[in-house]
Write a protein that binds this ligand. Structure first.
Ligand code: BES
Ligand code: MN
Ligand code: ZN
Length: 496
């Protein structure tokens, strides 16, 4: 899909399609009013007949509107004007993408970016329009023998900006948002691939593939023997029961000042999580192929950043392993020594994410990080706490937490903070090692973060638990690409 920006009147657009909004109770948006006037009131006449009253999500196609140069007009219901907020804007943009894509029009000029959204400017609307359109036209067809392709798919969207002076910044917003979409697509594609294809080796190959495309990227892959030498007993305890060797993948992008400390992202890359010897129940276990969504978001962000050539220094680390039960697998009760020297009693082999992350978090000290952010589908408890709306955020540094919360609000890929109080640490006490890898039923997301916090004392750190947001279940089963938009907004703010 190609995007561009334009300022000008809707009746003058020589295009396959012009899209304008209608608010509830048939209230015309300003672009619709202009069209109505140009066409001698044709629009209001049609609306008066009752085909559409402007309810959110309604659509109505009009052909041969008098005195216009376009082939068709799409009216889009936007709901009550005073309730037109971010989710309303996002949902009408998605409706337009779906509807126009199915219509046979290969191009559309979209005036919905003119609609006022409280507290949001034109550039926000442009960038959201680009990412939401790409997101809602995404489909995962790689593994189908017959592709379900749209006949004449939408190819070009022209987004309206109020004035000429908005053109240049608008184009820049399109460029940035397009890069974010490219990154998000990679995240979704990798996450949607099943465990028999996307294993740790596959993730490492994908990282090397990125290096081929983007000359600015450096990639290093550590093998199990390398990790052995580094003393990564926690990470290696997870892959022990799998035929697939673990990989520790590092990607480095240096777009910022030479001496600027890098932002470091660490992704949980469990390419399939059976639970290990603490085997998970069978229902919906297939969804544990998504247990590498943290890793996929790190790769997606690296790609987006390299694509847009963001002036920032960034390191991405992926801790990739498969959690399987077999004769060599770790047993409940086993004690392992992490790279930090701290010993861990593995009371539950299904709490494996923290085991791969803790060694990766010790490993990244070598990059002298500005901040470290880990991204992980870490706990089912996070879904109980926050559902499928918010990413769980826990941090040892409140300015960093606030920056991430702010980036989440800006991008509308939101996070919510949970406390990381010392009192919770007690739940990790072990009689046999420095700590246990589980903290009991209460506050499972917090005790998981408490566990990680014991390995992140040397730097500013935030943990994003994306268990509830990284994928959807049910009929729409599939990866969402979250929290790539949040992370990209954080990095954009940092680079500015
Ligand atoms: N990958 C899971 C967490 C998860 C489960 C995410 C379901 C999304 C949906 C993680 O490895 C895990 O199994 N966590 C356990 C921890 C428990 C054993 C302390 C959990 O959440 O049940
Ligand atoms: Mn698990
Ligand atoms: Zn897991």
């Amino acid at each position: 899909m190609e995007f561009s920006v334009k300022s000008g009147n809707p009746e003058k657009q020589r295009s396959a399609c012009v899209v304008v909004g209608v608010f509830d109770r048939r209230k015309l948006s300003s672009a619709a009013r202009v069209l109505d006037k140009a066409s001698g009131g044709a629009l209001s006449t049609i609306l008066r007949r009752g085909d559409m009253d402007g309810e959110k999500g309604q659509t109505l196609w009009l052909y041969n509107l008098p005195n216009t140069l376009c082939e068709r007009v799409l009216l889009v219901g936007c709901g009550k004007e005073r309730d037109f907020d971010e989710p309303a804007f996002r949902s009408v943009i998605a409706t337009v993408a779906q509807t126009v894509n199915k219509s046979g029009a290969v191009e559309a000029v979209n005036y919905l970016t003119d609609l006022p959204v409280k507290g949001r400017d034109t550039l926000w609307k442009i960038s959201q329009a680009v990412t939401i359109t790409q997101d809602s036209l995404y489909s995962f067809q790689q593994l189908k023998s017959k592709k379900e392709d749209t006949q004449r798919p939408l190819k070009r969207i022209i987004l309206s900006v109020p004035s000429r002076s908005d053109l240049l910044p608008g184009e820049e917003a399109v460029r940035v948002a397009t890069a974010i979409s490219v990154g998000t697509k990679l995240t979704r594609d990798l996450a949607n691939l099943p465990g028999n294809i996307c294993n740790p080796t596959y993730l490492a190959e994908q990282a090397l593939q990125l290096k081929k495309t983007y000359k600015g990227l450096k990639v290093e892959v550590l093998e199990e023997a390398d990790m052995e030498k580094l003393g990564m007993g926690a990470l290696l305890s997870v892959s022990r029961g799998s035929e697939q060797p673990a990989k520790l993948i590092t990607l480095e992008y240096r777009g910022g000042k030479k001496d600027a400390k890098p932002v470091v992202l660490v992704g949980k890359g469990i390419t399939f999580d059976t639970g290990g010897i603490s085997l998970k129940p069978g229902a919906e276990m297939d969804e544990m192929k998504f247990d590498m969504c943290g890793a996929a978001s790190v790769l997606g962000v690296m790609k987006a950043v390299a694509e847009m050539m963001l002036p920032i220094n960034l390191v991405g680390v992926v801790a990739a392993a498969e959690n399987m039960p077999d004769g060599k697998a770790t047993r409940p009760g086993d004690v392992v020594t992490s790279m930090s020297g701290q010993t861990i009693e593995i009371l539950n082999t299904d709490a494996e994410g923290r085991l791969v992350l803790c060694d990766a978090l010790s490993y990244v000290e070598r990059f002298d990080p500005d901040v470290v952010i880990d991204i992980a589908t870490l706990t089912g408890a996070c879904i109980i706490a926050l559902g499928h709306q918010a990413t769980g955020l826990l941090s040892n540094h409140s300015p960093l937490a606030n920056d991430l919360l702010g980036a989440g609000k800006q991008s509308y890929d939101r996070a919510w903070e949970l406390p990381l109080w010392d009192e919770y640490q007690e739940q990790l006490k072990s009689n046999f090692a420095d700590m246990a890898n589980i903290g009991g039923r209460p506050a499972g997301t917090i005790t998981a973060a408490c566990f990680l916090s014991r390995f992140t004392k040397k730097y500013k750190w935030a943990h994003l638990d994306i268990a509830g947001v990284a994928w959807k279940s049910g009929k729409e089963k599939g990866a969402t690409g979250r929290p790539v938009p949040l992370l990209m907004q954080y990095l954009l703010n940092k680079a500015a």
